[in-house]
Ligand binder design. Structure first.
Ligand code: ABF
Length: 253
């Protein structure tokens, strides 16, 4: 007897959930050392399992640790798990987080990431770059040869509201196909406003090239015909006035 569409969708959803959970538990087992004191906690549904795994560890160990959120969702996760909450701005300037765990929307062959599908990208980048070790926890759906292959919604970009329309125009000029301001949750009028009071633009680009593409003779990568490499696009985007942060996490492998 063949499986109904509803059954196979249910099975696929169950597989995704078990993969997220397995990745999260493994990440905590492998990368959260008992001697660590400062731990970054990212956002998204995979991170829920990261916090669940941490909450199941020996309290004698985790009570010596402080946990640093990337926004309101992870702040609540930390509190609900009974873990000690702290903030990056309270971390001594000469001290790094020992490790930070976070999810991703897409991961390429060089471990560059698209992040920000959950609209927390700026605080996520601050926490990730404040950590000695960044652990990206992602299930099989996120792996892709080039960013923009699986994640077609576009690169999330956090912008100042007053600059959003001008940024949209500039994104089109550099080859983004139909960039748009992310709208609110269903039933909520207006755009999404981030934890930082900003808007999110989702800017689709053709799949982003990697150094190995150049080595193997693939042409382009500097924006000709809208084709960019990860590094060149990241550099170009961050120079657009009005952009506060971009959801490309690159060069951190
Ligand atoms: C955060 O949550 C984001 O950067 C990314 O957009 C999203 C991934 O969520 P999930 O784990 O639910 O797929 O990590």
């Amino acid at each position: 007897m063949s499986m109904s569409t509803a059954e196979s969708t249910k099975q696929e959803a169950a597989l995704v959930e078990s993969s997220k959970k397995a990745a999260a538990y493994q990440a905590v087992k492998d990368y959260l050392k008992p001697e660590y004191r400062h731990v970054g906690i990212g956002s998204g549904s995979t991170v829920v399992y990261v916090v669940e795994a941490i909450a199941e560890l020996d309290r004698d160990i985790t009570s010596k640790m402080a946990f640093y959120p990337t926004g309101e969702q992870s702040r609540q996760l930390i509190l609900n798990a009974g873990l000690r909450l702290s903030y990056i701005e309270d971390l001594p300037i000469d001290r790094a987080l020992d490790v930070a765990f976070d999810g991703a929307d897409e991961v390429d062959d060089d471990l560059n990431l698209i992040k920000g599908g959950g609209a927390c990208l700026m605080q996520e980048k601050i926490v990730a770059t404040s950590a000695t070790k960044f652990v990206c926890v992602a299930d099989f759906r996120k792996i892709s040869p080039r960013l923009g292959t699986n994640w077609k919604k576009g690169i999330p970009i956090e912008v100042l509201p007053m600059a959003a329309e001008r940024v949209l125009l500039e994104l089109k000029e550099i080859g983004s196909q139909e960039p748009r301001i992310r709208s609110g949750l269903p039933g909520k009028a207006g755009p999404i406003v981030t934890d930082n009071g900003m808007l999110i633009i989702d800017a689709p680009f053709p799949p982003l090239l990697l150094p190995k593409d150049k080595e193997s003779g693939v042409k382009g990568g500097n924006g000709e015909d809208g084709v960019w490499s990860v590094d060149a696009l990241a550099q170009r985007l961050i120079n657009i006035v009005g952009i506060a942060e971009i959801g490309l996490f690159h060069g951190h492998n």
